[in-house]
Design a protein around this ligand. Sequence first.
Ligand code: HSE
Length: 313
Amino acid sequence: MAFSRAEAFAPATVANLGVGFDILGLALQGIGDRAIVEFRDDPEIQITDIQGDGGKLPREPEQNVASVSARAFLDHIGEKRGLSIQLFKGLPLASGLGSSAASAVVAVIALNQLVGEPFTREELLPFCLEGEALVSGYHADNVAPCLLGGIVLVAGITVDAIRPLPVPADFHLALVTPDFPVPTNDARAILPSNVPLKALIHQTGKVAQLVDALHRSDLESLGAAMEDDHVVEPARVCLVPLLAEVRAAAKRAGAYSVFIGGAGPTLCALCDTAATAESVAAEMKQIYSEARMDSVARHTQVDLRGATVLDIG
Ligand code: HSE
């Protein structure tokens, strides 16, 4: 059966999980982006509408993450028809919640459905990466969990390097997103280009501890590993004001740990119940309120489904 229009949803994601820079990520329940893609009679890809971005995202097809990903897909399958894309941004831009990955994934997952699902979700990774690379280079720690859901190990940027990790049942997150953007490219430019061997040993040990803790559902060990970052957080702390204060407040309210979500500025606190996560989120927001900074607080769990097709016709 031939379809001409598909609508999809792609969830927010948190990359790195603290120490796992560029190699770990998870999908979040509740927030994300939506897109409608429709075949056109001409060969162009057009962004016909974007809502929710405050006019900030490029409408030019060669500069927009969604259309660049869609173009990679269409070229790969030799499809000559063009595409109209409507994008509904539920995610704040440059916030550490995987907004660009969601734009890429939501377009590609809808497009895959439109052409009869020739690819598995894992196989869609390269197309999504082409779009993501436009804004922050080739890293798959947002795109992979956005496609697949869950907590994902991204041991490389090839399809066979993506492995799902166990999600402890009592894994809850409190999040606070202060109201200023941190472009991922800026946050990557600030990182050291070389890491001393001692720091490498520490960091790889903590990533291994984190993965082991996930397998044993040991939130205490997990939290300790996540935030014991000797490489990336020290370089980026200047981009996230009040990190120490937010961390202290979250822990007083019962969080195991606080780490920077992706490239920031969202801060994520690991908690073991929804009630704790709710009060931790409120306490983290309070720190920004006292400093007269706007922020959005959320509490949620890991999304296990990944991007979904909402409608096809
Ligand atoms: N791993 C990436 C970074 C995620 O921290 O730069 C950016 O979304």
